[in-house]
Design a protein around this ligand. Structure first.
Ligand code: PLP
Length: 392
């Protein structure tokens, strides 16, 4: 991205500032595209790697505008939008893997990614090994096999926020011809995947890009023509599609992403630091705080944070006490997802799967998404919640 983030978000995916027409790209819905004659149809039919309107599933100008914007934010060469953040994980895995291949996945991965590996990839003959997300270059290299094709990463990890040493993992992967995938949803804008060695970067646009908890959408970005050919072909073979209405809403969300992200990051760090000072809290899993595993990699590789973090309670507070705290909160919705304008909370312990012996913390964990409410109001609500925790 040559322009600064804020400027790029205002202009990305638009034709320009001095065109005769509306400010925003059009919302185009469509299945059939009509061609003037057969010669045009035959000529255009081969151009599926380009943003050309060929048939609905290949995308419309609305899709292409969003893909151009995400390409710019991620710093890659090409982007494919798909129907959900989960589809942005499963589609490239299916496109790059074949029967007999081996895949490495961090133990801290988003639960449905694990389910996909166990339920679908296993059925199609792809074996998955789960690894400690804090492994270094030598540690991950030791787990690689002759048939390892993809090293999947998610940094920070879902719910427990381990920040991975992506450049070290990239070195280990590339030395063996392995592709490095990263779920970069948490690090949107603040982690530039391709400058750190990532080959395939995944964004759940449902979160901060949408920003209003009203769409489900994903994006996969790559940074080479050869990876783009595999990804685009795989996406079309699998019939992946995203609603143009959701793409249009994501484009609208992107225009305010920089201010929302900044405000939510500042508020979240303030709340995280407040939690760190409470007697009921054993530690806070916020990548910008030294108490978070991999904090040193966060400081080295990220330019900032978003508004999602975890809190580990002291061991004397059991799961029922955490539930009592959550039920006592008035300003925090109880629900999945994050990146919207409103604050949310979810208990973590008991809801996550681990199989590589990681994820052991001092006590029960809860995950907080900080929205655009006033921070003093949120802290007052949380103070009330801690009273319920002690009583529970
Ligand atoms: C890290 C991460 N990746 C991917 C997803 C999936 O996104 P979606 O809900 O759009 O399928 C989520 C959803 O919570 C997530 O937290």
């Amino acid at each position: 991205m040559t322009e600064k983030f804020e400027t790029a978000l205002v202009h990305a995916g638009r034709t320009g500032t001095k065109t005769y027409g509306y400010v925003n790209p059009k919302l185009t819905r469509g299945s059939t595209v009509l061609y003037p004659d057969m010669a045009t149809k035959l000529a255009l039919g081969k151009r599926y790697l380009e943003p050309v309107e060929l048939y609905g599933i290949c995308g419309t100008e609305t899709h292409f505008a969003l893909e151009a914007a995400i390409t710019e934010i991620e710093g890659g060469s090409h982007c494919q939008v798909v129907g959900s953040g989960l589809a942005a994980i499963t589609m490239p895995l299916l496109a790059f893997l074949s029967a007999g291949d081996h895949l490495l996945v961090p133990d801290s991965v988003y639960g449905p990614t694990r389910t996909f590996c166990q339920a679908v990839l296993r059925r199609f003959g792809v074996a998955t090994t789960y690894y400690d997300p804090m492994l270094d270059e030598a540690g991950i290299a030791a787990l690689m096999r002759a048939n390892t094709k993809v090293l999947f990463t998610e940094s920070p990890g879902s719910h427990t926020f381990e920040v991975q040493d992506i450049p070290a993992l990239a070195r280990a992967a590339h030395a063996r011809g392995v592709k490095l995938f990263m779920d970069n949803t948490w690090g949107i804008h603040h982690f530039q995947p391709f400058t750190h060695g990532v080959d395939v970067s995944i964004q759940a646009l449902t979160k901060y890009a949408g920003g209003h908890s009203d769409i489900i959408l994903g994006a996969v970005t790559v940074n080479s023509e050869s990876d783009w050919a595999i990804l685009r072909k795989g996406s079309l073979e699998l019939g992946q599609y995203a609603s143009p209405d959701d793409c249009w809403l994501a484009l609208r969300g992107l225009r305010t992403l920089s201010v929302r992200l900044r405000a939510q990051a500042v508020a979240a760090l303030e709340v995280a630091k407040w939690f760190a000072g409470q007697a009921e809290v054993a530690r806070v899993l916020h990548p910008a705080l030294p108490s978070c595993p991999g904090h040193e990699f966060f400081k080295r590789d990220f330019t900032g944070a978003c508004g999602l973090f975890g809190v580990v309670f002291q061991p004397q507070f059991n799961a029922a006490a955490v539930v009592a705290m959550i039920d006592a909160l008035k300003l925090f919705g109880i629900g999945a997802s994050w990146g919207g304008y409103e604050s949310l909370v979810l208990p973590t312990t008991g809801t996550i799967s681990r199989s590589a012996g990681t994820g052991v913390f001092e006590g029960e964990i809860a995950r907080f998404q900080i929205g655009l409410e006033n921070t003093e109001d949120l802290i007052a609500d949380l103070t009330h919640g801690l009273t319920a925790l002690r009583a529970g």
